[in-house]
Design a protein around this ligand. Structure first.
Ligand code: SF4
Length: 438
């Protein structure tokens, strides 16, 4: 093998042991794809060569779940993460697996069905930040505030794409392994930056994962999905998101989802309903005159700019998702949308004065069971009506107060209240700025 693995491991050992701030944790971005798998494997094998007493630096293996990941890949990644944690514990490695997810009010379905955001395209890619960048940034920021600084290890390689090569160059500090990250006190370390794709596959084909099993499933997934990686996205310069990748099954940024098509062609026919929903989302986005409001949320009406999805469109999307969920649950045991998301969607529907059809009506009709949201529904409806009556002189305040209530509802549904105060303060600042502008 032309690739000098010994040299790569030596570099990692050197960085792990001799870095001047030994308390800086390492955060390894793990997507389950080929690049981050090789990265974790090389780091793991390097750790094995370090005296156990010197393994004092904490390592987090971070994997982000957008909640609309390809379900086939989610199963594979979850199994892998479990093996990683178990084997790390057995080896006494200071490794902790952490999974991040978007905030409830930022999930794909709450934004799309609850608030009527149109399915994303290249020009309005509202999802990447909410589903990928923010959850990971939150975790990195927490680790920085706990430890003063953190180092982010990524499987980024120069030959992956010219954009990424440029981004590697831009932040590189000459002669130093680490480059600055845009977050204060965060640095990025990309040990695989000079590894070519051929070398990477050779390595994965020859060296089994140290956490057990083989790379057979990973190789088969790549072959069947006819697709590339979706790495851990840490900023908007990461080009793979939305292109050829194992990413969100709902992604409408690409015209064709080669990975899903590939998997269906290779025997995963149960994914067809998902592909149909994705095609329907493209239809709703590309034909705004049928599926979207003329008026935007701020009240503007203009020639070429469309407002949110009509209520009927949101109902239809939810109906299709639940129908697919019913089918898939039987064979795969997978849910496409959570109950918490549905409760928040209902809240947004009341907020937008949609009283005709309720989320629970659609759910109960499809599943023939009682998804009882009556208490929440009654409360949301009364709240919405009362608020409108109280703000007749200042209707603008209604939207603002509703935003604050939505934040509070999100935190209640998530059980955790952490961050509520700062979220409310941020929204207040935003509102004051809006008032000043007008
Ligand atoms: S994969 Fe597509 S839908 Fe998912 S965050 Fe990226 S651009 Fe958005």
């Amino acid at each position: 093998m032309a690739l000098n693995i010994q040299f790569l491991e030596n570099e990692i050992i050197d960085q792990y042991l001799y870095d001047e701030h030994l308390t800086r944790p390492w955060i390894i971005g793990f997507s389950g794809g080929k690049d981050s798998t090789m990265l974790l494997q090389v780091v793991w094998n390097a750790l094995k060569r370090i005296e156990p007493a010197l393994l004092t630096r904490q390592i987090y293996v971070v994997c982000n779940d957008t909640l609309v990941e390809n379900p086939r890949i989610v199963k594979f990644i979850n199994r892998t993460l479990k093996k990683i944690q178990e084997e790390a514990n057995l080896n006494g490695f200071p490794i902790l697996v952490a999974q991040t997810t978007p905030r409830l009010d930022d999930t794909f379905w709450v934004r799309l069905i609850g608030l009527g955001y149109p399915a994303p395209n290249r020009f309005y890619r509202w999802c990447t930040e909410r589903l990928k960048i923010n959850p990971t940034t939150k975790l990195i920021t927490e680790k920085i505030s706990e430890n003063g600084a953190a180092i982010l290890l990524l499987g980024t390689r120069s030959d992956e794409s010219s954009n990424r090569a440029k981004s590697l160059k831009r932040f590189e500090i000459r002669g130093v392994r680490l480059r600055k990250h845009q977050l204060p006190n965060a640095h990025v370390y990309a040990p695989l930056k000079d590894v070519t794709t051929n070398e990477l596959w050779q390595y994965l084909n020859q060296v089994p994962p140290p956490w057990g099993g083989s790379h057979k499933e990973l190789v088969t997934l790549y072959r069947n999905a006819n697709s590339g990686d979706c790495p851990l996205v840490i900023d908007t310069s990461t080009p793979s998101c939305g292109h050829s990748r194992f990413g969100c099954w709902t992604c409408t940024v690409v015209n064709k989802d080669k990975s899903m098509e590939g998997l269906i062609e290779n025997g995963e026919e149960w994914m067809q309903p998902l592909a149909d929903i994705r095609n329907f989302l493209i239809e709703t986005r590309d034909n705004p005159e049928i599926w979207r409001e003329k008026k935007r949320r701020n009240g503007d009406i203009s020639e070429n700019l469309w407002g949110p999805y009509k209520f009927e469109t949101r109902v239809e999307i939810l109906r299709r998702i639940l129908l697919a969920q019913k089918e898939i649950r039987k064979t795969e045991g997978i849910d496409l949308i959570t109950h918490q998301e549905m409760v928040l969607i209902q809240y947004h529907w009341f907020r937008d004065c949609f009283f005709k059809t309720k989320v629970s009506d659609i759910y109960n009709q499809i599943f023939k069971v009682q998804f009882d949201m009556s208490k929440q529904e009654e409360k949301f409806q009364q709240e919405s009506e009362l608020l409108k009556k109280s703000c007749t002189t200042e209707p603008k305040d209604v939207a603002f107060i509703q935003d604050l209530l939505a934040l509070q509802k999100t935190k209640t549904l998530m059980i955790r209240k952490r961050g509520l105060q700062s979220d409310i303060e941020n929204r207040l600042d935003q509102y004051i700025d809006e008032l000043k502008e007008n």
